[in-house]
Design a protein around this ligand. Sequence first.
Ligand code: SME
Length: 173
Amino acid sequence: MRSNETSKAEGEKITNNKNTKMTTKKNKKYERLYNQIKELLPKGNTTISAMSTITAILYHKIDYFFWCGFYMLEDGKLNVGPYQGPVACQELEKDKGVCWAGINQAETIVVPDVEAFPGHIACDSRSKSEIVIPLFDQNGNVFGVLDVDSKDLGSFDETDAKWLEKIVSLLIN
Ligand code: SME
Protein backbone atom coordinates (compact mmCIF):
# COMPACT_ATOMS: atom_id res chain seq x y z
CA MET A 1 0.00 0.00 0.00
CA ARG A 2 1.37 3.43 -0.90
CA SER A 3 1.62 5.98 1.90
CA ASN A 4 -1.22 8.16 0.61
CA GLU A 5 -3.47 5.07 0.52
CA THR A 6 -2.39 4.25 4.05
CA SER A 7 -3.32 7.70 5.26
CA LYS A 8 -6.66 7.52 3.45
CA ALA A 9 -7.42 4.20 5.15
CA GLU A 10 -6.32 5.68 8.49
CA GLY A 11 -8.54 8.69 7.90
CA GLU A 12 -11.55 6.48 7.18
CA LYS A 13 -10.85 4.46 10.32
CA ILE A 14 -10.72 7.63 12.43
CA THR A 15 -14.00 8.87 10.87
CA ASN A 16 -15.68 5.50 11.50
CA ASN A 17 -14.52 5.48 15.13
CA LYS A 18 -15.79 9.02 15.59
CA ASN A 19 -19.19 8.10 14.09
CA THR A 20 -19.45 5.02 16.31
CA LYS A 21 -18.69 7.13 19.39
CA MET A 22 -21.31 9.70 18.39
CA THR A 23 -23.92 6.98 17.83
CA THR A 24 -23.17 5.45 21.23
CA LYS A 25 -23.51 8.87 22.88
CA LYS A 26 -26.79 9.50 21.06
CA ASN A 27 -28.16 6.07 22.07
CA LYS A 28 -27.26 6.71 25.71
CA LYS A 29 -28.91 10.11 25.69
CA TYR A 30 -32.12 8.74 24.11
CA GLU A 31 -32.16 5.86 26.58
CA ARG A 32 -32.03 8.32 29.51
CA LEU A 33 -34.81 10.44 27.99
CA TYR A 34 -36.94 7.38 27.21
CA ASN A 35 -36.71 6.27 30.85
CA GLN A 36 -37.47 9.78 32.10
CA ILE A 37 -40.55 10.05 29.86
CA LYS A 38 -41.73 6.59 30.91
CA GLU A 39 -41.47 7.63 34.57
CA LEU A 40 -43.27 10.90 34.05
CA LEU A 41 -46.20 9.85 31.90
CA PRO A 42 -49.39 9.88 33.93
CA LYS A 43 -50.74 6.44 34.65
CA GLY A 44 -53.78 5.67 32.49
CA ASN A 45 -52.50 8.67 30.63
CA THR A 46 -54.72 10.96 28.66
CA THR A 47 -52.87 11.15 25.40
CA ILE A 48 -52.73 14.95 25.43
CA SER A 49 -50.84 15.04 28.76
CA ALA A 50 -48.40 12.44 27.53
CA MET A 51 -47.86 14.22 24.20
CA SER A 52 -47.19 17.53 25.96
CA THR A 53 -44.65 15.90 28.27
CA ILE A 54 -42.91 14.15 25.39
CA THR A 55 -42.51 17.36 23.37
CA ALA A 56 -41.29 19.34 26.41
CA ILE A 57 -38.63 16.80 27.30
CA LEU A 58 -37.37 16.18 23.78
CA TYR A 59 -37.32 19.85 22.77
CA HIS A 60 -35.50 21.01 25.89
CA LYS A 61 -33.04 18.12 26.15
CA ILE A 62 -31.91 17.55 22.56
CA ASP A 63 -30.02 20.54 21.23
CA TYR A 64 -30.72 20.01 17.50
CA PHE A 65 -34.52 19.85 17.99
CA PHE A 66 -35.68 23.23 16.63
CA TRP A 67 -39.36 22.27 16.53
CA CYS A 68 -40.95 19.20 18.04
CA GLY A 69 -44.63 18.38 18.07
CA PHE A 70 -47.60 16.30 17.08
CA TYR A 71 -50.02 16.52 14.17
CA MET A 72 -53.30 14.72 14.76
CA LEU A 73 -55.71 13.22 12.24
CA GLU A 74 -59.14 14.69 12.96
CA ASP A 75 -62.03 14.17 10.52
CA GLY A 76 -59.60 13.59 7.67
CA LYS A 77 -57.65 16.74 8.54
CA LEU A 78 -54.14 16.96 9.98
CA ASN A 79 -54.18 19.52 12.79
CA VAL A 80 -51.34 20.58 15.03
CA GLY A 81 -51.35 19.10 18.54
CA PRO A 82 -49.06 19.72 21.53
CA TYR A 83 -45.72 21.17 20.44
CA GLN A 84 -42.64 23.13 21.48
CA GLY A 85 -40.77 25.62 19.32
CA PRO A 86 -41.80 28.40 16.96
CA VAL A 87 -45.49 28.81 16.04
CA ALA A 88 -46.45 26.10 13.55
CA CYS A 89 -48.96 25.67 10.72
CA GLN A 90 -52.33 24.85 12.30
CA GLU A 91 -53.54 22.50 9.56
CA LEU A 92 -51.48 20.77 6.87
CA GLU A 93 -52.82 20.66 3.33
CA LYS A 94 -54.11 17.17 2.62
CA ASP A 95 -51.68 14.65 1.12
CA LYS A 96 -48.90 17.24 0.86
CA GLY A 97 -45.55 17.37 2.66
CA VAL A 98 -43.66 15.14 5.05
CA CYS A 99 -46.29 14.67 7.78
CA TRP A 100 -48.94 13.49 5.33
CA ALA A 101 -46.35 11.17 3.75
CA GLY A 102 -45.80 9.66 7.23
CA ILE A 103 -49.56 9.19 7.60
CA ASN A 104 -50.16 7.79 4.12
CA GLN A 105 -47.14 5.47 4.09
CA ALA A 106 -47.56 4.54 7.78
CA GLU A 107 -43.80 4.56 8.24
CA THR A 108 -41.04 6.76 9.60
CA ILE A 109 -39.74 9.35 7.13
CA VAL A 110 -36.25 10.83 7.47
CA VAL A 111 -35.63 13.92 5.36
CA PRO A 112 -31.96 15.04 5.31
CA ASP A 113 -32.76 18.15 3.22
CA VAL A 114 -36.32 19.48 3.31
CA GLU A 115 -35.85 21.42 0.08
CA ALA A 116 -35.26 18.15 -1.75
CA PHE A 117 -38.56 16.68 -0.51
CA PRO A 118 -41.35 17.27 -3.05
CA GLY A 119 -44.25 19.22 -1.52
CA HIS A 120 -42.49 19.89 1.79
CA ILE A 121 -44.50 22.39 3.85
CA ALA A 122 -42.26 25.06 5.40
CA CYS A 123 -43.93 26.33 8.56
CA ASP A 124 -40.62 28.02 9.38
CA SER A 125 -37.99 28.69 6.73
CA ARG A 126 -35.20 27.99 9.25
CA SER A 127 -36.02 24.25 9.24
CA LYS A 128 -33.52 22.31 7.13
CA SER A 129 -34.03 18.63 7.98
CA GLU A 130 -36.91 16.69 9.46
CA ILE A 131 -38.13 13.36 10.82
CA VAL A 132 -41.74 12.17 11.00
CA ILE A 133 -42.89 9.18 13.09
CA PRO A 134 -46.42 7.81 12.64
CA LEU A 135 -48.56 7.06 15.72
CA PHE A 136 -50.46 3.78 15.75
CA ASP A 137 -53.47 3.00 17.93
CA GLN A 138 -54.17 -0.43 19.47
CA ASN A 139 -55.75 -1.60 16.19
CA GLY A 140 -52.71 -0.59 14.18
CA ASN A 141 -54.41 2.44 12.63
CA VAL A 142 -52.43 5.66 12.19
CA PHE A 143 -53.92 8.53 14.22
CA GLY A 144 -51.22 11.19 13.90
CA VAL A 145 -47.49 11.82 13.70
CA LEU A 146 -44.62 13.10 15.80
CA ASP A 147 -42.72 15.66 13.73
CA VAL A 148 -39.26 17.04 14.54
CA ASP A 149 -37.39 19.76 12.64
CA SER A 150 -33.74 20.80 12.82
CA LYS A 151 -32.03 23.98 11.66
CA ASP A 152 -29.17 21.85 10.25
CA LEU A 153 -29.08 19.56 7.24
CA GLY A 154 -28.96 15.81 7.87
CA SER A 155 -29.64 15.92 11.62
CA PHE A 156 -31.66 12.70 11.82
CA ASP A 157 -30.63 9.09 11.30
CA GLU A 158 -31.72 5.56 12.19
CA THR A 159 -30.83 6.14 15.87
CA ASP A 160 -33.32 9.01 16.08
CA ALA A 161 -35.89 6.89 14.21
CA LYS A 162 -35.44 3.89 16.52
CA TRP A 163 -35.76 5.88 19.77
CA LEU A 164 -38.51 8.23 18.68
CA GLU A 165 -40.56 5.21 17.56
CA LYS A 166 -39.98 3.68 20.99
CA ILE A 167 -40.94 6.92 22.75
CA VAL A 168 -44.22 7.38 20.83
CA SER A 169 -45.14 3.75 21.51
CA LEU A 170 -45.53 4.91 25.16
CA LEU A 171 -48.64 6.82 24.04
CA ILE A 172 -50.58 3.57 23.88
CA ASN A 173 -51.31 1.89 27.17
N1 SME B 1 -42.73 20.29 7.35
C1 SME B 1 -43.97 19.65 7.67
C2 SME B 1 -44.98 20.62 8.19
C3 SME B 1 -45.00 20.77 9.66
S1 SME B 1 -43.74 21.71 10.26
O1 SME B 1 -42.45 21.15 9.92
C4 SME B 1 -43.88 22.05 11.87
C5 SME B 1 -44.49 18.91 6.44
O2 SME B 1 -43.95 19.06 5.35
O3 SME B 1 -45.48 18.19 6.58
